[in-house]
Write a protein that binds this ligand. Sequence first.
Ligand SMILES: Cc1ncc(COP(=O)(O)O)c(C=O)c1O
Length: 394
Amino acid sequence: MKSKSLYPLMKNNISNKDIEYVTNFLKKKPILTQSKQVLKFEKIWSKWLGVKYSVFVNSGASANLLSIQLLKLKYPKGGEVIVPAHTWSSDISSILHCGFKPVFVDIDFQTLGMNSDLIISKINKNTKAVFISYILGFNCLTDKLLKYLKKKRIDLIEDVCESHGATFKNRKLGTFGWTSNFSFYYAHHMSTIEGGMISTNDKKAYYDLLILRSHGLIREVNNLSYQSTIKKKYKDLNSQFIFKYPAYNLRNNEIGGILGQSQIKRLNKNIKKRNQNHLLFLKKLNKNVFFTQYNLKGHSNYALNLILKKKSKSLFKKLTNNLKYNKIEYRIGSAGGGNQLRQPYLRDILKNKYYLNFPNTEHLHFYSLYIGNYPELKKEQIEFLSNVCNSISK
Ligand SMILES: Cc1ncc(COP(=O)(O)O)c(C=O)c1O
């Protein structure tokens, strides 16, 4: 289906301007491994987001892993991390790999994200963090949750991989938590082909992230007094090879840095156009058949989500058949294919059909899908897309 789609999930995300920017850069025969362009992109990104520090990595999943590795430095004995049943796999696998226990919470249809009251009901003395995912550009943060987390001194980690530029109370998502994660994978709001970012306002966390991104090496921190304190402690070690933490190589490279700098220039404009597309699509959708009451405040849409109101397998089959027939690419289950607890890596640990405890996520798993929303979509095309969807009720 991929190459033949008339309406793919993403179109033309690397522009001629991006390619020109990269080729002009390459002609200078520059350093290609992580260097000045990565740092430059990180600084531009921090300014765009409104945070002090950002660390460019090779994927959103790596940003997720770094967030939880950081949490592990704070809580070596582990503990519980609250996470949605409806999210991407790396939000959960990072928790498992770092020795924490994931505690799952159901979502609301209005936001596709975790319900604040449900999060609060799962918090106890073992809770070390809430790892929130903003799905398809919707905000699910609430004042109530933020206040509660502050009172209980529980860290918020924000997965903004699908929601660049979305806001809560006019402030960008990704500026509320201890750390925030972004993905620049090809199909997202902006792309460095593969890539991700982890952002924070905490200087100590920033230093640790630089170290964790690069094998655990302290030489990554460009601060001589920081380095010398550690060097003094380990006089038997060569200062170029002091591995402070057990870590991996999650670095990106200079081409990614150049692409990021080029793409971020049109990010705000693209977000505006995608949001217009989304609003038109929702206006045209048949409200008796599809759920349309999303929380649109501060949204930053990048895919058009369809949730059947009725749990009807035959209607859903009709929808997918219509989309296939019209060569419209789709993904079933919204983010990450629906209920993560049904996936083999969790299902076999949790047992007893634990996935059934999340009714809204279950509904999304079987009766929802998304189709692409890219800036180039024209009004007539959006009308055509909504007509194809609406035709299932005829
Ligand atoms: C919510 C969420 N988190 C993390 C990721 C992982 O990002 P990446 O594909 O860049 O590793 C994705 C991927 O799409 C995602 O949707």
